[in-house]
Design a protein around this ligand. Structure first.
Ligand SMILES: *[C@@H]1O[C@H](CO)[C@@H](O)[C@H](O)[C@H]1NC(C)=O
Ligand SMILES: *[C@@H]1O[C@H](CO)[C@@H](O)[C@H](O)[C@H]1NC(C)=O
Length: 386
């Protein structure tokens, strides 16, 4: 697959010269922003956002509400109760009067806040569409499947997406992530060791950015885990690695000329340096759990991006020593490599199947969620806890 790409597609792209206007176009700030965030691509009418039952949820299983940011935007969010919690409290959910917006009055919120064993998964979606996009609503249900009596999901739209106000930027999205995490910590009162951050594609950059921000506080805050699916090293690389329609890497020829690649990277307004942020986290934190997942057949973002992140983060964590890796052959499900040391863990799963989006609702991610919450230890020496 990659040989075909390197030997045929790349020379054709290069010779065609189409990458030159494409590259120049991507240097125009508003084009760059539109391409990176794709927030203008909306698949769903607004009604869907406030009526999650249309996406197959039970009555009031999802509580739509708003979270204000420190710079004056208002984010639209969903708190999703897992089926196990719902079924034990069904009457209360059914009778609940839908008070749009007053989240603290909902059954869901009360059950999340009151249960000392409840876990909260914060979901950072990829670019385009909204939190109510069909495939995303299916993902939310799968994440709780391993511990349906415990795992709540909190999903939200970044500024400029769906029914959230504002317009996207790196600083802005990090403010959004901060507002959501602060809500989880201080309004829902969930301690960080019961919070896991899960990012997909663009969302991996946001989830990493906010994990970095909390890890660098004078009194660092560490979450139970950070799971990144289909991640990229930084936005310059994301642009040049990206393939339109899963096949044509329009900007890939830029990578053939290093000085041009450097020039192009400098044109990025929002750099999203996940590579640097993970290295800093690995160097500074005495406790972290990072899980990287990428499918080999991801035609949108090449899995080598995750390979690069794994290598650089591992190097930082082991200070250059040869790491003691555990390799698990998962057959048709791919290959996993795990490094663990004193409360620190970095794991990489390169799956054979799952492409860019489908993987998000498949079992490897649901299992990674369980492991990050320490609800199981299939691959970790750390014993599970309540
Ligand atoms: C929310 O969605 C509704 C319906 O599509 C729309 O009228 C309203 O302007 C939206 N609000 C924001 C802040 O985008
Ligand atoms: C999981 O934890 C138990 C201790 O509770 C330990 O015996 C076991 O080896 C661990 N699993 C792995 C894969 O290390």
């Amino acid at each position: 697959m990659s040989t075909l790409r390197d030997k045929i597609v790349l020379p054709i792209s290069f010779a065609s010269g189409i990458w030159i206007p494409a590259m120049l176009l991507c240097c125009i700030p508003w084009v760059q922003k539109g391409m990176l965030y794709l927030h203008w691509v909306t698949f769903w009418p607004g009604k869907w956002l406030t009526e999650p039952e249309r996406a197959g949820f039970l009555k009031n299983q999802v509580s739509p509400f708003r979270i204000p940011t420190k710079d004056g935007e208002s984010l639209f969010a969903w708190l999703i109760a897992p089926l196990g919690v719902y079924s034990k409290n069904a009457q209360s959910f059914i009778e609940e009067k839908t008070l749009q917006g007053d989240i603290e009055e909902t059954t869901s919120f009360r059950l999340l806040k009151e249960d000392p064993l409840a876990r909260l998964l914060i979901y950072f979606h990829g670019n385009a569409a909204t939190l109510a996009q069909d495939r995303r609503t299916e993902e939310y249900r799968s994440y709780s499947s391993g511990a349906s009596d415990k795992i709540f999901v909190l999903a939200f739209d970044y500024r400029g997406f769906g029914n959230s106000t504002g317009s996207p930027s790196e600083t802005g999205l990090l403010n959004d992530a901060e507002a959501v995490v602060e809500w989880a910590l201080n309004t829902a009162c969930i301690p960080p060791d019961r919070i896991v951050l899960l990012g997909h594609s663009l969302g991996t950059a946001v989830a990493t950015g906010i994990t970095y921000q909390y890890a660098m506080l004078p009194v660092p805050i560490h979450f139970a885990g950070l799971i990144l699916c289909a991640a990229f090293t930084n936005s310059g690389n994301a642009f040049t690695a990206y393939s339109i329609g899963n096949t044509i890497p329009v900007l890939a020829p830029i990578n053939l000329i290093p000085s041009l690649q450097a020039w192009f990277s400098r044109r990025m307004r929002d750099t999203w340096r996940t590579d640097q942020r993970l290295v800093a986290i690995a160097k500074q934190s005495d406790r972290f759990r990072l899980t990287l997942v990428h499918a080999e057949n991801d035609g949108t973002m090449p899995w080598r991006q995750t390979e690069l992140l794994f290598t650089s983060t591992l190097q930082a964590a082991t200070a250059g020593d040869v790491p003691d890796l555990r390799v698990i052959d998962l057959g048709e499900a791919g290959k996993q490599e795990i490094w663990e040391n004193n409360g620190k863990s970095i794991s990489k799963l390169i799956a054979k199947h799952g492409d860019h989006d489908t993987m998000m609702k498949w079992s490897p991610i649901s299992l990674a969620v369980l492991e990050s919450f320490a609800l199981t230890n299939v691959t970790s020496a750390t014993p599970p806890r309540e």
